[in-house]
Design a binder for this molecule. Structure first.
Ligand SMILES: [Ca+2]
Length: 255
């Protein structure tokens, strides 16, 4: 477990936020455009009218950030000895499956905006509670191979989150300022609060220092799992149908 975490921490320490803006095909500048380096090119594209701002709506911006971080991690680690990375599906879990030797790790990327006060200064908390897991499916039934997952939840040697923190800069095309990546085990940053009242999500602690230091509300992983698996989750129609299908398959397999 420690090897995988160290590997990801080392990798994330090298990350610099890359998606600067959305490229717009037409611009307003003379051709040819000659740039001296990356920074010069960026400045010229900005001045030349080639940039559209990234979305500032939290979910849309989070998706841009998440894709960029997943791309980076896969690009950095793929091809190293004894390591294999597989990208997950958009709505599935996890975002990346990492294999080190014979062990599989679930790597999930989560994005959170820093909360700011009326003066625009960071309060030291995330704007909303990070969702650690959907509570009523693969997390609740850890031995079942759920749709949209690579393998049952309990088959992972470990679960690791990469938390991307940023401060919203509405005036810049990039929208993102003070970008930071924190690598943490979900149970270590777990809270006793849901991250949504309408969706079946369980949440992380909101203090950024506690995310960095991995000091959540639970003393042990067992305590975290037991608390959240006892939670009265709502089982919707889609989840119920999946459970029935799996139960029918299991029954068929034993006859
Ligand atoms: Ca994610």
């Amino acid at each position: 477990m420690d090897t995988a975490i160290q590997l990801l921490r080392k990798c994330c320490a090298n990350y610099v936020f890359e998606p600067v803006a959305i490229f717009k095909k037409s611009g307003d500048h003379p051709w040819p455009l000659v740039a001296e380096d990356e920074a010069d090119l960026e400045a010229q594209l900005m001045d030349g009218g080639h940039f559209l701002p990234l979305p500032k709506e939290p979910a849309a911006l989070a998706n841009v950030v998440e894709v960029a971080v997943v791309d980076f991690v896969i690009d950095q680690l793929q091809g190293k000895a004894r390591i294999e990375l597989t990208r997950g599906t958009e709505r599935g879990y996890p975002d990346i499956e990492l294999r080190v030797g014979a062990d599989h790790f679930a790597i999930d990327v989560k994005v959170a905006r820093r909360a700011t006060n009326k003066k625009g200064l960071p309060t030291g908390r995330t704007d909303s509670r990070i969702t650690l897991y959907t509570g009523n499916t693969f997390f609740l039934h850890p031995t079942i191979h759920w749709a949209g997952t690579f393998r049952p939840f309990a088959d992972y040697k470990g679960h690791i989150d990469i938390i991307a923190l940023y401060t919203l800069d509405p005036a810049s095309a990039t929208r993102v300022r003070d970008f930071e990546l924190v690598v943490a085990e979900p149970w270590k940053i777990g809270s006793r609060h849901r991250s949504s009242t309408t969706r079946e999500y369980l949440g992380a602690v909101q203090e950024i220092d506690r995310l960095r230091n991995e000091t959540g509300d639970f003393a042990t992983q067992a305590e975290f799992y037991s608390y959240w698996r006892k939670h009265p989750w709502k089982i919707g129609k889609a989840v119920q149908q999946q459970l029935q299908k799996l139960a029918a398959q299991a029954a068929k397999a034993t006859t």
